[in-house]
Write a protein that binds this ligand. Structure first.
Ligand SMILES: N[C@@H](CCC(=O)N[C@@H](CS)C(=O)NCC(=O)O)C(=O)O
Length: 225
């Protein structure tokens, strides 16, 4: 029998997982009471298979027993179930823009930290990837400007699912760049990106839940080849 909360949402999560962090951010931003069950990804409990046979985090259990998986779909569910959170904009066109940004981010930036970690001993692959990362961060800067000139969030003053989708992987990209001796702050032309990142990181939902650098480095060292 697996543990779950009888009256609240249960979130099976891992502090070091960027996907799980999205669900945590959405729940906190929507002020939804929930109980977290921390899953050790290196030694998953047997009972986790009963909750979600794919044994991935985040997995969310509603008090009715329904199981929800996939971080972006969980974020959208929270946005719809708790519309006062305003995690998605009001108009279909603006929601489309948020989803387009999330799609762009997933296809272009989400995998960069893992790719850089895997290339870490290969200096020429790393240099090539670094050029690609700089170019992709410039494109992200442009996409943020397209969302809103002023910011600070993708959708201006309004914090949305777009910000939630992107920040966990950006945190890990920043860490991996630093780990390899690259300072993201030394890349010029990223003013909009930098102000976006600072504003998102300053939110209590983020600052109170982000894994520390040592925790992340310990967890991610297994990807370093
Ligand atoms: N597409 C999924 C990815 C979730 C995922 O890959 N989570 C990783 C941790 S970061 C996991 O649970 N891995 C466990 C495993 O693969 O065994 C989502 O967005 O929720």
């Amino acid at each position: 029998m697996h543990p779950f909360s009888k009256d609240k949402i249960s979130l099976y999560t891992s502090k070091i997982c960027p996907f799980a962090h999205r669900a945590v951010l959405a729940l906190l931003e929507a002020n939804v009471p929930y109980e977290a069950f921390e899953i050790d990804l290196t030694n998953k409990p047997e009972w986790f298979k009963e909750v979600n046979p794919s044994t991935k985090v985040p997995t969310m259990r509603l008090p009715t027993g329904e199981i929800l998986v996939e971080s972006l779909l969980i974020v959208e569910y929270i946005a719809e179930q708790y519309p006062q959170s305003r995690l998605m904009p009001d108009s279909p066109l603006d929601r489309y823009k948020v989803r387009l940004f999330i799609d762009y981010f997933g296809n272009n930036l989400q995998s960069l930290p893992y790719r850089l970690m895997s290339a870490s001993k290969d200096e020429s692959a790393k240099a090539e990837l670094y050029t690609e990362i700089v170019q992709k961060l410039h494109t992200m800067n442009d996409k943020l400007l397209e969302g809103s000139d002023e910011g600070p969030y993708f959708f201006g003053q309004h914090f949305t699912a777009a910000d939630i989708a992107a920040i966990p992987a950006i945190e890990r990209l920043e860490m991996t760049l630093e780990f390899n001796g690259f300072d993201i702050k030394s890349i010029t032309g990223l003013e909009r990106f930098n102000s976006w990142k600072s504003a998102v990181k300053a939110r209590p939902s983020y600052s109170s839940t982000v894994a520390s650098r040592p925790e992340l480095i310990k967890a991610y060292s297994k990807y370093v080849k």
